[in-house]
Design a protein around this ligand. Structure first.
Ligand code: MF3
Ligand code: CO
Length: 256
């Protein structure tokens, strides 16, 4: 069942969304050469606490990992796709890219967003990977409209990525969001004909999160049970926003 939110509920999700946005803006500034991914975590923990919010990821049980996640951020560097864990030994260097993904719960409602940040000057190919992934998300956002169907959103990401010679990850997907971090429907970055293709209706909220590999699409999980990396070692980018379906079109809750 896809839960539809009332206007009052969407206002609450807006507050979580804006907090996540603020956190990511601050972390973007901290993510420079010489900073560790644990520096990002420490800053995020403080911002979430100061806002009187709860982290969405810390303590979240993921069956595939067989345990609860231990951090408020996922920090995924270079060939890491998602679920990279903050680590004081993982020091960012010029040419790296780092996906910073975080979620919070405020007043019972979740917000969830991710950006991928270049560290110093990155290669032209890497710039294009970030640009195409960001564009895929923007194009998908524009499809989050009442009357459209879920597959319109999924296929928009897939087509933009493939048209630019990159590949979409299939093992991880976006999701509905509300009083739970992960609600129905699943939002793959490709058309999955095995899934249902519901019509989008006002009050639905989708977390759309393209994960795009420069090379082959396959992902493998490291021995730490969490970190998903590209099988071929190519770089991977990730951007995410929460978008509400409204009578007036898409409302991106996770940015001003
Ligand atoms: N943005 C990711 C998601 O929505 C991050 C989840 S990390 C986890 O699935 F630890 F909470 F699972
Ligand atoms: Co998400």
């Amino acid at each position: 069942m896809i839960v539809r939110k009332t206007a009052a509920e969407l206002e609450k999700m807006r507050r979580s969304g804006l907090l996540v946005w603020q956190i990511l803006q601050k972390l973007r500034e901290i993510a420079v050469e010489g900073a560790s991914t644990m520096d990002l975590e420490v800053a995020a923990v403080k911002m979430i606490e100061d806002a009187g919010a709860k982290p969405a990821f810390k303590g979240y049980y993921v069956p595939a990992a067989g345990e609860q996640y231990r951090f408020v951020l996922c920090t995924s560097v270079n060939d890491e796709i998602v679920h990279g864990m903050p680590n004081p030994k993982r020091v960012l260097k010029k040419g790296d890219i780092v996906s910073i993904d975080t979620g919070v719960k405020l007043d019972g409602y979740y917000g969830d967003s991710a950006i991928t940040v270049p560290v110093g000057e990155v290669s032209e190919d890497t710039k294009r990977l970030l640009e195409v992934t960001r564009e895929a998300l923007e194009k998908a956002i524009d499809r989050v409209r009442a009357g459209n169907r879920l597959f319109d959103v999924c296929s928009t990401v897939e087509q933009h990525v493939k048209a630019n010679g990159f590949s979409v990850v299939r093992e991880y997907v976006g999701h509905g969001i509300g009083t739970q971090l992960h609600e129905e429907p699943q939002v793959p970055n490709y058309v999955d004909r095995k899934n249902e293709n519901p019509r989008l209706k006002p009050g639905m909220v989708l977390a759309v999160e393209p994960m795009v590999n420069a090379g082959r699409p396959e992902a493998v999980v490291l021995k730490d049970h969490w970190t998903a990396v590209t099988k071929d070692g190519s770089y991977s980018a990730h951007f995410e926003h929460c978008i509400a379906v409204t009578e007036n079109g898409p409302w991106v809750l996770t940015r001003p």
